[in-house]
Design a protein around this ligand. Structure first.
Ligand code: AMP
Length: 186
């Protein structure tokens, strides 16, 4: 199965993507994780992306689209995948469409997770304490949520209109949210 998981920062995309990945036996691919890995290892890609990530801005599409294109062409992605954190704007939607057309593998579903802003802020504060992510400071969190609201949230409508959207309330426990998602995908 080929899936997107969408929703604001702190909604639990990474957690749910990992559970779905395990349950369906498909890789969870997070563009944020790929960037963080490259930052940590100070690769040319990491160095180029750093200025944007540190400010809570989107890394330029050209760079991001290429990463996704290369990753989806790998062997372990041939039976499906769940993409977390991509696409994030209109141009990335168009890029993903053409990547999938080239590979001849259409998208099955886009999962949209929703939660109240107060729940999101609480979860992100906790994550900042546990993981110590450099971009989890209050100012950068606010910037990332703004970017999400302006550029990424409108994309949910695109997938709704295409008839592939699955919307899930993400306020309960981790296991029950995961069950809801898996039920909805059946
Ligand atoms: P995330 O962990 O998904 O919140 O991503 C962390 C940061 O990586 C974001 O704030 C962006 O700077 C960058 N990033 C991740 N995914 C994308 C994407 N699809 N397009 C552009 N930048 C991205």
């Amino acid at each position: 199965m080929r899936l997107l998981i969408m929703g604001p920062q702190g909604v639990g995309k990474g957690t749910q993507a990992a559970l779905i990945s395990k349950n369906l036996g498909i890789p969870a691919i997070s563009t944020g994780d790929i960037f963080r890995y490259n930052l940590k290892n100070e690769t040319p890609l990491g160095l180029e992306a750093k200025a944007y990530i540190d400010k809570g801005l989107l890394v330029p599409d050209e760079l991001t689209n290429k990463i996704v294109k290369d990753r989806l062409a790998k062997d372990d992605a041939s039976n499906g995948w769940i993409l977390d954190g991509y696409p994030r704007n209109d141009s990335q939607v168009a890029a993903l469409d053409s990547i999938l057309e080239e590979l001849g593998t259409p998208l099955d579903h886009a999962i949209a997770l929703n939660a109240e802003r107060s729940v999101l802020m609480d979860r992100m504060k906790k994550r900042a304490e546990i993981e110590g992510r450099a971009d989890d400071t209050p100012e950068i969190i606010a910037k990332r949520l703004d970017v999400y609201e302006h550029e990424t949230a409108p994309l949910i409508d695109i997938y709704r209109k295409r008839g592939v959207l699955v919307e899930i309330d993400s306020t309960g426990g981790i296991e029950s949210i995961s069950e809801h998602i898996l039920d909805a995908l059946k």
